[in-house]
Each structure stands twice: as structure tokens, then as C-alpha cells.
Design a protein around this ligand. Sequence first.
Ligand SMILES: Cc1ncc(C[n+]2csc(CCOP(=O)(O)OP(=O)(O)O)c2C)c(N)n1
Ligand SMILES: [Mg+2]
Length: 336
Amino acid sequence: MAAASFTAAKFLAPAAARSGGDRARPFPAPSASSMRPLRHRPARRLGSVLAVSSDVLKAAPAAAAYPAVTREEALELYEDMILGRNFEDMCAQMYYRGKMFGFVHLYNGQEAVSTGFIKQLNQPDCVVSTYRDHVHALSKGVPARAVMAELFGKATGCCRGQGGSMHMFSEPHNLLGGFAFIGEGIPVATGAAFAAKYRHEVLKQSSPDGLDVTLAFFGDGTCNNGQFFECLNMAQLWKLPIIFVVENNLWAIGMSHLRSTSDPEIWKKGPAFGMPGVHVDGMDVLKVREVAKEAIDRARRGEGPTLVECETYRFRGHSLADPDELRRPGKDYLSG
Ligand SMILES: Cc1ncc(C[n+]2csc(CCOP(=O)(O)OP(=O)(O)O)c2C)c(N)n1
Ligand SMILES: [Mg+2]
């Protein structure tokens, strides 16, 4: 499973400096092990992404230093990632056989982010996704049959076949949507987090664990949209129980993150608003899970939001209308 291996690590780090700033404290001590140690690198933006496999591999902690996970937990994570990958591969087959209509965006390669985060949630916690939403739905417990039926436009789908690929929704699972417009889900997630705080503080209706938490997933390209900044501000101002999870796969359709973003280190925007900003290897489910646990616990305790940048990579085209054949086998698109 690629998500659990470091073979894709060469895709991960943008060229820009990742030395960290004085306000860039991710979390108090324990999570430091979840953070990939990053060396100062000279910024190189317009060329392309630097391949940093050797650095990452050198910096990779020894197996013993990996976060503890029981056999049962590891199997649950593995099962969820395998489910996501196999489900998506089947989607591609069915799409090319003409069984699905419209746009279908696959998640291949990014599974560790969905699994690492969503598997730490409780049922009342909410997930807000994007158009790349099938695997988020599966991780949140929506049955694969209901997700696939939705993709086929069947009445047995989780939205009675009326939402389709980009609009997965399930009230019983607190999956508050896929959204086709980028950034559109972030205010919805912020509203869900506000509602959770209101239930807790005003209505005194929270779960025994504390506040219900909302995860807002979105891509690197979306971080240049206004809703992102507005919602970071409001979430921190009101100390909302929300985690902004950026799935930085380095591309917004065909636009490189490094060519479109003035400062490509997205996690730094958290401290700019007064919340922790964390950068994590999004190809490593155990590291993602450790960061997720800590951010979720903070939110549950009422300590407010966190911005987490997960560096990941999508192994297929932007959507199935962007056929993989456009990639030339053997060509390294990332190392310049
Ligand atoms: C408001 C809005 N503007 C433009 C688009 C067109 N669009 C679709 S996907 C996309 C790129 C998004 O990239 P990113 O946020 O990195 O997500 P990824 O596809 O990489 O998961 C854009 C600009 C859109 N869907 N919504
Ligand atoms: Mg992207």
C-alpha cells in the first residue's frame, strides 16, 4: 500500500524552506515526533518541485521511534486504506465503462490522510469534504454499497442517487457533504463547529468526551481562496472545535502549488491567525494519526482549531476526465 510506504516520499516536500518560524510551534512536545524533521532549503519556486527523497529517507525515524499502534489499530487503518484504494480503482473501471456520469475525482495516493484523521473521530463528529469525497465517506462509515450506488445514480445511494460523485452526504454519519466549488465546504464546517460549541456551552448537550469535532478537508489550491482565511479567523476568534486539514497534493488541476502560492508552506498560516499550524507527512498514516489525535483532543477540550498541512500526492489525474495516459511513463514530473 503506497500510503504506508516511503517509496513515494520523493514526491513530498516542496522546495521552499521549511525551517519553521518562532510562531510555528506545532503542538506541545509529543507531536514533535510526528513532524518530519525539515532542513532549511533555498526557496525554488517557479522551476518545479524538488525531489527530496534522500533527505526524507535520511530524516525518517527508525522503526522503533514510530508512534505506538496496536495490532488491532494497525489492521483497522490498513483495512480502511485498502478499502479506499480498491473502491477507487473500481470507480475508474466503472467510469470508463460508462456507468457513471459527470466528473469523478479519485483519491488514489491520499488514503493515509483520510484514514489517519477520520478513524480518530466519534460518530457525532462531522466531516466536510470536497469533490474528492468518496474515500472520506468510506472512512466515516458510509457503507461502500451506498457510496457506489450514489455514483451509479441509484435510489439506494446515500443521497438517493441525486448527488453523485461530488456531493456525498450522510446525515447518520455526520458527513456534511462533498462540495464541487472549492472552498465552499470550509464555511459549512466552521458553522458545524460553531453549532457544536453552542450545543456544549449554551444547550449543555455535548457528548461526555467534550465537544463534537469537525474536520474540514480541502486541497492546497483552495488555500488561496478567501473563505479559507475568513474561516481561520472566525474559528480562532471563537475557539471552535475544528481542524482544517489541507491535503497538499502539490497540484490544483494542472497548476503547481509552487507557481500559484506566494508562500507554499500552508501550515504557517495557522500561527498567523493564532492557532497551531502543523506540517505532517501525509503519506504516513501513523504520523497523520498522531497529529490527528492531538488536534482532535485539543478541539474536544475546547482549546480551539488547528491547521494541519498533510503533504501527499495523487497518483491519478485530477479527475477521470484527465486520463492517466497523459502522463508519460517514466517521466518524472516533479524533479524539474
Ligand atoms: C470556486 C471554484 N473555482 C474554481 C473551481 C475549478 N476547480 C476545480 S478543482 C480546482 C483545483 C483545486 O485544487 P486543490 O484545492 O489543490 O484540490 P485537489 O483537486 O488537488 O484535491 C479548481 C480551481 C471550482 N471548482 N470552484
Ligand atoms: Mg491539490
